[in-house]
Design a protein around this ligand. Structure first.
Ligand SMILES: NC(=O)c1ccc[n+]([C@@H]2O[C@H](COP(=O)([O-])OP(=O)(O)OC[C@H]3O[C@@H](n4cnc5c(N)ncnc54)[C@H](OP(=O)(O)O)[C@@H]3O)[C@@H](O)[C@H]2O)c1
Length: 334
């Protein structure tokens, strides 16, 4: 067998500590070998706690370590493009957290660098590796719902911590970048279409200056998609796909738990006696699936789950949402 891929992680981020690194234990394909922080003591303590062999006191030290094959980048959103670019230039494969870029055009430079070096680079939309979303796409491909005419999404949490990266506009904070990216991505994923135009209405927090509530209408060419996201509402999430024959409901679309079987509900119109068909998926951890898929893309020279080109299409939609709100009009997506 080939040697295990050695992953390095930039920053002791909450998502890395709580979800992604624990989900990557016990693989035959890879190991989390290094953890970097701006503070060596913090990196050392966290690496020890999580059983990671090597700690670094700067991101550059990890990026330039020849032992590291692939870097996971969960830094604040504004640091995604610059550090991903540094990693590629240092010859590393990179899995970068969502949203990969705050400006779709910046992804061009990543694509050029990736192609020059012949590396695998992708956006960490774990939903793309989650069996419930793969099943949902398969059902739509098989026309199980009949012709889909509408999609609706909702995603919210309550976070008014002024130190949190989500409430700092300079770091790419706000609801649309943080969670609006999910209904957009999963709609594109399931419908296998790119939208034509968007119109939106956003409300900004007067103190943080980040968008705290947003509603969006997206024209997916004869499919109307609407969603609402908020960083200051009670936590909730749901995605619904409305077909001429059936409606598909993804109960826990984004933070799908690893210790519960995910369910897709299929409603057939009998809403007075609601007893929907339940499609129950086997237990799975979407962060493990993501790491497996990305590692296999490297080891077997396959396409990564969410390519830079795919990330660029998502970023275009998110940018158009801000432009629409600013100018109070429809914005075409080119
Ligand atoms: N896919 C998912 O399910 C998911 C879920 C949550 C978040 N995310 C994404 O993951 C990323 C991190 O989110 P998070 O909530 O985990 O963030 P977080 O806990 O605030 O961590 C961000 C890390 O970035 C590093 N950093 C570098 N410069 C910084 C600066 N100027 N200010 C603050 N931190 C700085 C810090 O590491 P050091 O101090 O160790 O250097 C910090 O721990 C975001 O892009 C977010 O969108 C994805």
């Amino acid at each position: 067998m080939n040697k295990k891929l050695k992953w390095g992680v930039l920053g002791v981020a909450k998502i890395a500590r709580e979800k992604v690194i624990p989900a990557m234990a016990n693989s035959d394909l890879y190991e989390v070998y290094g953890l970097a922080s701006r503070d060596l003591d913090k990196a050392t303590a966290a690496a020890r706690e999580m059983g990671i062999p090597k700690a670094y006191g700067s991101y550059e030290d990890l990026i330039n370590d020849p032992e590291i094959d692939v870097v996971y980048n969960p830094l604040p959103n504004d640091l995604h493009v610059p550090y991903t670019l540094q990693c590629i230039r240092a010859g590393k494969h990179v899995l970068c957290e969502k949203p990969l870029a705050l400006n779709a055009e910046e992804i061009d430079e990543l694509i050029r660098a990736r192609d020059e070096k012949g590396l695998k680079v992708g956006e960490a939309f774990m939903v793309a590796s989650n069996p419930q979303w793969i099943k949902a796409r398969e059902l739509v491909r098989k026309n199980y719902l009949g012709k889909i005419k509408a999609v609706h999404g909702f995603f919210s949490y309550f976070n008014v911590n002024e130190d949190n990266i989500r409430n700092i506009p300079e770091m790419g904070g706000g609801g649309i970048w943080d969670i609006g990216c999910y209904p957009v991505f999963t709609s594109r994923f399931v419908l296998e279409k790119e939208p034509g135009r968007v119109v939106s209405m956003l409300e900004f927090d007067p103190q943080f200056r980040t968008d705290k509530l947003g509603s969006v209408l997206i024209d997916f060419h004869e499919i109307q998609m609407t969603f609402t996201v908020s960083t200051q509402l009670t936590p909730y999430q749901r995605m619904l796909f409305y077909g001429e024959e059936k409606i598909m409901e993804i109960r826990i679309p984004f933070n799908a738990p690893a210790d519960q079987k995910n369910e897709i509900l299929i409603h057939d119109g009998n809403f007075l006696q609601p007893d929907p068909e339940k499609i129950v998926l086997p237990l799975s951890n979407q962060y493990t699936e993501q790491a497996n898929d990305f590692s296999k893309a490297i080891l077997e020279d396959r396409e990564v789950p969410v390519s830079l080109e795919n990330a660029q299409e998502n970023a275009k939609v998110l940018q158009a949402i801000f432009e629409s709100d600013r100018n109070e009009r429809w914005v075409n997506i080119d």
